[in-house]
Design a protein around this ligand. Sequence first.
Ligand SMILES: Nc1ncnc2c1ncn2[C@@H]1O[C@H](COP(=O)(O)OP(=O)(O)O)[C@@H](O)[C@H]1O
Ligand SMILES: [Mg+2]
Length: 256
Amino acid sequence: MFGKTPCADKPPRPAVENSVLACRGLVRFLGRDENRTHVLKGVDFDATAGCTHAIVGPSGCGKSSLLYLLGLLDRPDSGEVFVAGKSLGQAGDDDRTKARNANLGFVFQFHFLLPEFTALENVMMPMRKRGRLGESEMAGRAVSLLDAVGLAEKAGRLATHLSGGEQQRVAIARALANEPPVLLADEPTGNLDARNSVIAFDLLSSLAHERGIAVVMVTHNNDLASRCDRVLRMLDGRFLDENPPPAPATQPMGAA
Ligand SMILES: Nc1ncnc2c1ncn2[C@@H]1O[C@H](COP(=O)(O)OP(=O)(O)O)[C@@H](O)[C@H]1O
Ligand SMILES: [Mg+2]
């Protein structure tokens, strides 16, 4: 049951062309003049399909900045971002938007649901933007995503009539609307109580393991981070050496 998953090994740096999401040598400065900050100082990263990755580190070390770059929401000063094997860090806006819509789902600390719309409409929104499906196909897919997050029965509720934990689960369903192979999450449980944090985390974890999605999550919650397949520690704009996840507590010492 506790056999080592392929995710648990620090992978050799794969060829970026084969990677769902990778970056090499990312450097980013933010701010102007005396506020100019060297936020990222050469970051390499490879996401693995079907694995959960936790990015942890003190406030201000550059976690969100890295996630924005990986999500093609910002551009690096130097270095490259590869999404589905394509070099996109410096690509044109159209190529980046297309790659983002096709490959990346986002979950943030605050869910940013549209309050005047139902859960169902919120989940359908990214499908509408992409414009590939008809109305009934979109609704069908949205219902099945809401079912996957345990909220099929509340599909017709206004977002404001759901609890905080439920709203975050709707946001997770919305992030999956266009079936992205990669899910980027910035402190997705940061605004939830302990119980709902575990529910949201378990959901992200099962999406990785059952659907083969690469989940890349920034978190302050050490308990949850330690349950990820890979833990990447960041300090002052760099990754420290990657630590393997701790052995499960139930495994006897010295067991093979
Ligand atoms: N627009 C900005 N202008 C100047 N400095 C910024 C800006 N955005 C972020 N920073 C700085 O970049 C560093 C990293 O920020 P961030 O990536 O948000 O850290 P984390 O998510 O790890 O808390 C911090 O020192 C922050 O103050
Ligand atoms: Mg942050």
